[in-house]
Design a binder for this molecule. Sequence first.
Ligand code: FE2
Length: 379
Amino acid sequence: MTSSVVKRIGIAIVEQSGTYLVGTRGPDSPLAGYAEFPGGKCLADEEPATCAMRECFEETGLAITVERLLLRRDFTYSHARVDLHFFLCHPAEPSQIETEYNGYRWVPVNELPSLKFPEANELVVHLLKQMSFCQWTRDQVYLVPTTVNPTEIAAQIYSRVCRTDFTEPGFCVVNLGSSLSSVEFRQLMVDITRQMAIVHQRQTGKTLIYISAGRFDQQTTTRPHLDGGPEESLLMLGYEPTRVQSEVEISDYTQCAQHLGISPTEFMAQHNPMFHAGFELLRPYSYRLNEFDVAAYQIVVINNSSAPIDGKSWLGVLHTATILTPDESQRRVINSTMIAPALPGTPDVVPAKELEEFIQTSLVRRKGYDKPYLEDDVN
Ligand SMILES: [Fe+2]
């Protein structure tokens, strides 16, 4: 029988990088086994927003800040009538985020609809999906090739990354496992790039050339940024297995620019995410690479363009890395290459000898990731 007392409930929808903090209701609670956001009943005279923060901290140990009320709805269950207040929240200390909090984990927005939430939460899940502009499926982002075939891998990367509209992510991750050697890995990167050049020539009449190639030990946390390069360019980054934990996040600044009615270049001038306001603006356009696997050889390919949105130019995304466990005694090696379209017959900016050295060398530049002439290479 339904109680006539309406219970006020404060619920924390805790977002970070397009993922939301979700747990599972315990066996002793009503709706056991269902997915849930942190939250609970308001104490007497307690504001629902304060309740959401308190309940979140009690249930997960995570301190949060409330951004705004997202949705309020009355709902009648067979066991209770509830006045639900859903608040959009963020971790209070974004630099200290754990992967799990007392059974709660970060779930990408596009996976929320596949979880079994109580009926009263369905509307808010729908709303969260509507709010996100980065709803890529796992298959669109992650490639796990069963055989190492550069031609096939190149075709799959090309369709995802070399986009001229917003039907593709503009980035992807290729997980190649851990059984390669570093030299084989770099040779494969070059082979894939050459195959992508063939695809590009077939589609546009232009080829692709190397603008730069280098090996770095990168353990510096960055804000979302483009790497300096031609208006149309892509980054092919080869991550080698490491013990240094990190997270990589991609932000679709070009799509955000389009929604604002400005060009990608104007976006970077007016809303540079190196500053807080621009960073906040990009939140719904950001995608964290949740399945980034530091134990594997992985190629991350990123469209690094700043070209206008004209239906034929490449549309770029920003990238950022957060180093969770920097460690001077360990390496986090990135084989970093920049590639750009060019007229057929244009030579690589990287001389053939340097490219061969990029493949064969055992040297890694340890510091000054963005300073190409620093003399501190070590073996
Ligand atoms: Fe970068």
